[in-house]
Design a protein around this ligand. Structure first.
Ligand code: KG4
Ligand code: ZN
Length: 359
């Protein structure tokens, strides 16, 4: 039974997994950030520190297990917010040391891509698309433990573009899901916003220009903006949204989805044999992006694997599952495991788990 710990951004999440079976998971989305329109790193770290202990008790209780039954501790070691990662890492190291069990640092992005393996087989080699608040990447997965970066964003991540577009409309943070909801009510105007960074032959992404285009459009049409930022928990907060706003959201969402489609198609063309596409990360919960990826997979004659919407956003289950896969493959970390901040590549610095020799 593996314990997974996720604290790389503003979600504090834990889960218990045994043989790819999810026994229990618990998560606290830190609402303290919503009024600031973005994650405040200092608050995130303190919240993780406050939440980890009660969440650990909760997963153990929900699974009906004792702490002494944990056989390995898996923890997200990056990329993410350094302070937040360090809180999770310290907690994980303390547990692993106290219990005398292996410690396994998990690449948060790999965990996103492996999350669907709870319910699906992934046919390898597979083209992974990670679209989250911090990252937009294509990654060739040769197996569940071999990943190769294909394309990365040179500025904003897709989720950041969603959140910033939502912010100019005065929608609460994180606004991706509100744009998704509004977009589902209208048809996109495909000429309204540019699909960014396609006029090249590389695999990278850039979303900052699209964000600016939306900001400029809203400046010219201030009536689209919510007068006051609604409380994100307010029921029916989008009920009175005008049709024009839904159209703008649909057009923006389409520009992102279609850009992802084109870049994934390019990545497939250079990758050689690929049997499936996996789209993961918070933005992979987006309806239009899920439909677009389904079409992309069908057009390219490969399978499509999508995590359940709840598994798209950061969660402890994906960390525990990735930890289980690494554990089964015989990999662990020593207690000098360090945290890797956003922007730095996560190294492959595992050590072989040495099985105990019976006396
Ligand atoms: O993977 P995630 O939970 O955290 C990171 O590792 O960044 O992704 C969070 C991002 C946020 O930008 C959020 O607005 C976006 O995912 N998101 C969505 C949707 N649900 C969450 N974006 C578009 N459509 C959605 N339905
Ligand atoms: Zn994430």
């Amino acid at each position: 039974m593996i314990l997974g710990i996720e604290t790389s951004c503003d979600e504090t999440a834990l889960a218990l997994v045994s043989g790819k079976r999810l026994l229990a998971h618990a998560m606290a989305s830190q609402e303290a950030h919503s009024v600031f329109g973005g994650v405040v790193p200092e608050i995130a770290s303190r919240e993780h520190l406050r939440l980890l202990d009660p969440l650990l008790s909760k997963v153990l209780e929900d699974a009906g297990k004792g702490l002494e039954e944990v056989e390995a501790v898996a923890v997200a070691r990056g990329p993410g917010l350094l302070g937040s990662l360090l809180v999770g890492l310290s907690f994980a190291k303390g547990l692993a040391l106290g219990l005398g069990v292996p410690l396994i640092g998990v690449n948060h992005l790999h965990a996103h891509l492996l999350a669907p393996m709870f319910d699906h087989e992934i046919a390898f080699p597979s083209m992974g698309l990670i679209v989250s608040g911090g990252h937009t990447q294509t990654m060739l997965m040769r197996s569940a433990t071999e990943f190769e970066i294909m394309g990365v964003t040179i500025d904003d991540a897709a989720g950041e573009a969603f959140d910033k577009a939502a912010k100019v409309l005065n929608l609460p943070y994180p606004g991706g899901k509100f744009i998704d909801e509004l977009a589902s009510r209208a048809e996109p105007d495909k000429g309204l916003f540019p699909r960014p960074y396609l006029d090249n032959d590389n695999l990278d992404f850039s979303f900052s220009g699209l964000k600016t285009a939306v900001a400029q459009y809203v400046e010219k049409h201030p009536e689209l903006r919510f007068e006051r930022m609604p409380d994100p928990r307010e029921p029916g907060l989008l009920d009175d949204a005008p049709r024009e706003l839904a159209e703008v959201c649909a057009s923006f969402n389409w520009a992102v989805a279609d850009t992802l489609r084109i870049k994934v198609r390019r990545a497939l063309a250079v990758a050689g044999e690929v049997k499936s596409i996996v789209a993961a990360g918070g933005v992979a919960a987006n309806r239009m992006i899920r439909e677009t990826m389904a079409r992309t997979a069908a057009e390219n004659g490969v399978g499509l694997v999508l995590p359940e919407p709840w598994q798209c956003t950061d969660n402890g289950a994906m960390i525990a599952l990735a930890g289980q896969i690494l554990f089964d493959a015989g990999w662990e970390h020593s207690s000098d495991l360090d945290a890797i901040p956003r922007g730095r590549e996560v190294p492959w610095d595992y050590k072989r788990i040495i099985p105990e020799v019976p006396a």
